[in-house]
Design a protein around this ligand. Structure first.
Ligand code: 5AD
Ligand code: SF4
Length: 477
């Protein structure tokens, strides 16, 4: 395989748009007349015209990568039913909002969309709409359904029920993680585990996604093989805590699974990891293996041991620092990102300073910084009543952490100027017409090229910002 992973020019910060927990609103394309029965349902038999023929559908995704993956699965049902793609609610007969519940502002955004859909339905434009995902699983779901007149509410465990909603024969849920991803796309997500066995004080995920369920290795490998055979060039292994993956019966761990997947797929990455599960062997594997992108997303949440205990994270800041040392040594120039929460109830100025110190020591290429938001039913929401950090203090801490990360990322990114990189074209166009690619070290690059998603180009890095690198015209593709 051709790879410059260990060649010249490892680079820096990325602002990947799709990842665990990042609110994104991504309309998913629904194409007319694509592969029949990609959802595994036999829609041809006994049905004359596809139920969605001549109709339009729009799926919009709010939330993390798991949600994007769930949307892919629902998209296949909509495709099978024969619906045509539209991007705007006004033009859709059927709308699906697939939602995330991790932070309050995501719910607020969904309310705005529900209000608009409710109005469009009253005006007779949108015929029906569904709410799916974490918000559909939450306590407020029935209240939302009544307020906005939602036609169907589904949680994360029963998205297969959307089949009937779009006019397909009913489908019984198999084992959720076994549902295959879409074939024929240049990049694909493969879920290797669902749920989470941790109980972080602030987090709603375990109550909406349930306990960890690991997908068997043979099932993962056969899906990866099938995707690669259908043209997929980039596989991202997905789960809330992927590195907690274990064989149900047997001794295989995440590093064994990753190694096998990296033998089958030409390009591999994974997200999200938990520091308590991250093994040195996995970090070494990233550095040693040609097909694994040199990126690690390892949420730390806080640099204060006192806060890490309050959050029930299960590791100390020292142990986290040691993991980072191993990564930096195993994957020189690799892309390290993290999540940090500021203003968790009880966080003192001293705790905050320890977070700033950890940010300096770990030299992150990127951090997703969140202001604490109380999620009802979590332990931290209970603490919020007595120990809330005032809003202006949380805002100042937020800015301080963000600034520290960005200064560091910009410095690291500038060191990449002049390096020559092999860049995988991922998607889209920026405002100036560039395409967005990714280096083997996992950094985002804007490239002035017409190369299609899934192609590689070789280009020199000419400029750098805190979140992205800028390449010159490619030398070759
Ligand atoms: N408040 C703020 N941030 C949160 N996250 C999860 N729950 C909350 C919350 N209640 C952040 C964590 C996690 C990321 C996906 O979202 O940093 O790693
Ligand atoms: Fe939430 Fe913690 Fe599980 Fe991550 S590890 S999903 S933050 S409970």
């Amino acid at each position: 395989m051709t790879s410059m992973k260990n060649g010249p020019g490892k680079s820096v910060a990325s602002a990947a748009s799709l990842r665990h927990g990042i609110p994104v609103s991504k309309p998913v394309a629904v194409k007319l007349g694509t592969k029949p029965s990609s959802s595994g349902m036999n829609v041809g038999s006994g049905i004359g015209l596809a139920p969605g023929a001549g109709k339009t559908a729009c799926i919009r995704t709010f939330g993390c990568q798991m949600n994007v993956h769930d949307s892919d699965r629902m998209l296949r049902m909509i495709r099978d039913a024969g619906y045509a793609e539209v991007q705007r609610y006004e033009e859709a007969d059927v709308v699906v909002l697939n939602t995330c519940y991790v932070r309050e502002n995501a719910v607020d955004r969904v309310r705005g969309h529900l209000g608009e859909l409710s109005r469009l339905k009253k005006e007779g434009r949108v015929k029906k709409f569904a709410l799916t995902g974490c918000v559909g699983e939450a306590e407020e779901a029935s209240q939302l359904q009544n307020t906005y007149g939602i036609d169907l509410v589904l949680g994360t465990h029963n998205t297969y029920e959307l089949a009937e909603f779009v006019g397909l024969p009913g489908m019984t849920e198999t084992y959720t993680p076994d549902l295959p991803g879409i074939e024929g796309e240049h990049q694909a997500f493969v879920t290797i585990m669902t749920g989470c066995n941790y109980g972080c004080s602030y987090c709603i995920v375990p109550s909406v996604r349930g306990r960890m369920v690991c997908r068997p290795m043979e099932s993962v490998i056969s899906e990866v093989k099938r995707l690669v055979a259908s043209g997929t060039r980039y596989v991202t292994l997905l789960g809330q805590t992927v590195d907690a993956w274990r064989e149900r019966e047997g001794k295989k761990r995440f590093c064994d699974l990753l190694e096998r997947v990296a033998e089958e797929a030409p390009r591999v990455s994974f997200t999200t990891s938990h520091p308590s599960n991250m093994e040195d062997r996995t970090l070494e594997l990233i550095g040693e293996t040609e097909t694994i992108v040199g990126r690690l997303h390892l949420p730390v949440q806080s640099g204060s041991d006192r806060m890490l205990r309050t959050m029930h994270r299960g590791y100390s800041s020292e142990r986290y620092r040691r993991k980072i040392e191993v990564f930096r040594e195993a994957v020189p120039g690799g892309m390290l990102s993290t999540d940090i929460i500021v203003g968790h109830p009880g966080e003192t100025e001293r705790d905050h300073e320890e977070t700033l110190r950890l940010v300096e020591d770990c030299e992150f290429d990127l951090a997703y910084v969140f202001k604490f938001s109380p999620r009802s039913g979590t332990e931290a929401a209970g603490m919020y009543r007595d120990e809330a950090v005032p809003g202006d203090v949380a805002q100042r801490r937020f800015v301080e952490v963000l600034r520290a990360v960005e200064q560091n990322a910009l410095r690291l990114n500038r060191e990449k100027i002049g390096s020559v990189e092999q860049i995988y074209m991922r998607h889209g166009r920026t405002g100036d017409g560039s395409a967005i690619g990714e280096t083997w070290s996992g950094h985002s690059v804007h490239v002035p090229t017409d190369a299609a998603p899934g192609d590689y180009v070789t280009a020199r890095i000419d400029n750098a910002g805190p979140h992205v690198l800028y390449a010159g015209k490619p030398m070759s593709s």
